[in-house]
Design a protein around this ligand. Structure first.
Ligand code: HEM
Length: 423
């Protein structure tokens, strides 16, 4: 994969852009920084071997064209970035696997995410939504405020993922902690201290899942862990148990932090865009359209990384094989060349495919589940808590890839708002 053409001739990225994106201000509003990058060009250079891409067309090309691969263990080894032991096992999960292994491992885990399986899960999600909103109500009644992340945004997807994967319901608080602490694993610019903390949490989570897999090997149940074990025993695609556990660890984190960010963003949006909240409250049947717009406008996953397997070009810029390219999905979703008036959030916007859930081979496995959770939760949240307000600034975990919330304090105003009038 060594370079045959010159390092990229792309314009330089704005000065200190990664540091600024990672700052507190940048995490609160990365979008003005994405515009700064866009004004330098659709493809900009982050150094001799890395590029940032903001254009919708270019990001789609990177995600769907077969010459683009994910940076896997072979790519890492070629750059002296070899990771060993458990860290390597945990990193080598779906987003860092290329064909044919990627397809085999994806098939192994896809059972719970089919339309039929999700339809069967819907009543469970509906019950869990009610339980978590009851809990929010109790917290608000008792203390006048609550942490929306702890009470609902992270707690609900944790409960749903525990059900799907087969993790014990009594361990939900532990899974919530693991999911937050391991989120940094997918961050391309994490510092060594953050990486070490995420590695430690991942090792603990992995050991926990290994013990559960041992139990399931003795007593199978109707859950994804048991399905993976039986798949792992088939003679053609034998999967070591350490690897199975790594897939479960990744899936749990991917299923929780992304959905948590989506529904927490919705709470902020309902407060800051009351016209949109009123419209959705009056048109709950349009919740799927609202979710598409919400995830276009402020997606939980902002970035996807790829490397070309051969020399190529991107928007006319030469890209040598092996160059690490960051497809800034959140910037692509606001590309004015693709989305008219892209910075305006409009639930009535005619559906147009955004890159919030990626595209191509690595298209988000859990997208239909994220949509199911949000579609069950958001109309109920608006119906039961029409006046819900934030009671202080949100805190977010560091990171460019995931828009992880740590806390989001909420409260209810003393006077109840007027009933919603249909628009
Ligand atoms: C709002 C919610 C979500 C968003 C915005 C989101 C976004 C994404 C994106 C952009 C990718 C593609 C990454 C790439 O191309 O490199 C992805 C992949 C993935 N997501 Fe999600 N996701 C969400 C929810 C979920 C849920 C609920 C689950 C699991 C239950 C999940 C599991 C995965 C997995 C396993 C992959 C890797 C797929 C592969 O490489 O084949 N995600 N997600």
């Amino acid at each position: 994969m060594d370079t045959a053409i010159a390092p990229s001739a792309a314009p330089l990225a704005p000065r200190g852009i990664i540091r600024r994106l990672q700052s507190r201000k940048g995490r609160e509003d990365p979008f003005s920084l994405f515009e700064e990058i866009r004004s330098a060009g659709p493809v900009v250079s982050l150094g001799p071997h890395a590029l940032l891409v903001t254009g919708y067309t270019e990001c789609l090309q990177i995600l769907t064209d077969r010459i683009w691969h994910v940076p896997d263990s072979t790519w890492r080894a070629a750059r002296g970035l070899t990771t060993e032991g458990l860290r390597a096992t945990i990193l080598d999960t779906l987003p860092r696997l290329n064909p044919p292994r990627h397809g085999q491992m994806r098939r192994m885990q896809s059972g719970p995410f089919t339309p039929a399986a999700l339809e069967r899960l819907r009543p469970t999600v509906r019950t869990l939504v009610r339980t978590h909103l009851d809990r929010l109500e109790a917290e608000l009644n008792e203390h006048g405020r609550a942490d929306f992340i702890d009470t609902v945004a992270r707690a609900l997807p944790v409960a749903v993922m525990c059900k799907i994967l087969g993790l014990p319901a009594e361990d939900r608080a532990l899974i919530a902690r693991y999911s937050l602490e391991t989120a940094v694993l997918t961050e391309p610019f994490a510092d060594p201290a953050q990486t070490a903390a995420a590695d430690a949490a991942a090792a603990e989570f992995h050991a926990y899942v290994m013990a559960l897999l041992d139990q399931r090997a003795r007593t199978p149940a109707a859950d994804l862990m048991s399905q993976c074990l039986s798949h792992g025993h088939s003679s053609t695609e034998r999967v070591p148990r350490e690897e199975l556990a790594a897939h479960i660890v990744f899936l749990a984190g991917a299923g929780v932090e992304t959905t948590s960010s989506l529904v927490a963003t919705a709470v902020q949006v309902f407060e800051n865009h009351p016209d949109q909240a009123l419209w959705l409250a009056a048109h709950p049947e349009s919740v799927h359209q609202a979710i598409e717009e919400l995830t276009r406008w402020d997606p939980s996953v902002q970035n996807a990384v790829r490397v070309p397997a051969q020399d190529t070009t991107l928007a006319g810029t030469p890209v040598p094989a092996g160059t690490l390219v960051h497809a800034l999905l959140a910037a692509a979703n606001r590309d004015p060349a693709h989305f008219p008036d892209p910075h305006t959030l409009d639930f009535r916007r005619p559906p147009q495919r955004s890159l919030a859930f990626g595209a191509g081979t690595h298209y988000c496995l859990g997208a239909p589940l994220a949509r199911l959770n949000a579609a069950e939760l958001l109309p109920e949240l608006l119906r039961r808590f029409p006046g819900l307000r934030t009671a202080g600034p949100a805190t977010r975990a560091p990171g460019l890839n995931l828009r992880t919330f740590v806390t989001l304090p909420v409260t209810l105003p003393v006077t109840r708002p007027q009933p919603v009038v249909a628009l």
